[in-house]
Design a binder for this molecule. Structure first.
Ligand code: ZN
Length: 203
């Protein structure tokens, strides 16, 4: 079944982007920083940038010397359809808590966790919430020509991560889909006539 998906990504937290090298592509903390860091106080609610299906929710431990993702959630925003070889994902890292479970669908702006410093060098050096060291949300937007697997160690996203503020957040993305996976919808108990789909699907 052909159709269109309309996506409108929002910033995952309302706080400001860090001024100290938090911009996309800045060589910060680990080689080739390919995300945007949002400065944020400990415990700030993190919201799904757009509706999607959670494809990863877990911990990626770092060390005292190497920052990794920590508590990280990945959302697939094109799980419902095949859209001209375009697959869009968002990734939320260093969270204190995760409130999203794999395989579940989250609505746009639904809380999927709270900010922290998990996985950061600061956290392994004993930084406490009151210190506010390393507390930020690391956010990535991945625009891939192929479907990605998020279970293993290699997440493929190295060359596919885009600047979320260039053509994504604040823009409307309309994807023409050659195939809307009806079986997926029934599997997740979603009907094309459902309210939430009406907003996103134009059949
Ligand atoms: Zn970052």
């Amino acid at each position: 079944m052909e159709g269109q998906i309309e996506l409108q990504f929002d910033a995952p937290v309302r706080d400001r982007i860090t001024p100290d090298g938090g911009e996309f592509g800045a060589p910060r903390w680990y080689g080739g920083h390919k995300g945007v860091d949002f400065r944020s106080n400990w415990g700030t609610e993190v919201r799904a940038s757009e509706r999607g299906r959670v494809v990863f929710s877990g911990m990626r431990e770092g060390t005292k010397n190497e920052t990794r993702y920590g508590n990280v959630v990945v959302i697939d925003h094109t799980f419902e359809a095949r859209c001209g070889g375009r697959y869009l994902y968002t990734l939320y890292a260093h969270m204190h808590t995760r409130r999203a479970r794999r395989k579940y669908i989250v609505e746009k702006n639904e809380v999927i966790g709270t900010t922290g410093n998990s996985g950061t060098r600061e956290s392994y050096s004993g930084a406490q919430p009151k210190d506010q060291k390393g507390y930020h949300l690391h956010f990535e937007l991945i625009d891939s020509p192929r479907k990605l697997r998020w279970g293993g160690e290699n997440w493929y996203s190295k060359f596919l991560r885009k600047d979320p503020f260039k053509g994504y957040i604040g823009s409307t993305i309309i994807l023409d889909c050659e195939e809307v996976a009806a079986n997926n919808m029934t599997r997740f108990g979603i009907s094309l006539k459902s309210r939430s789909f009406g907003r996103h699907y134009k059949m």
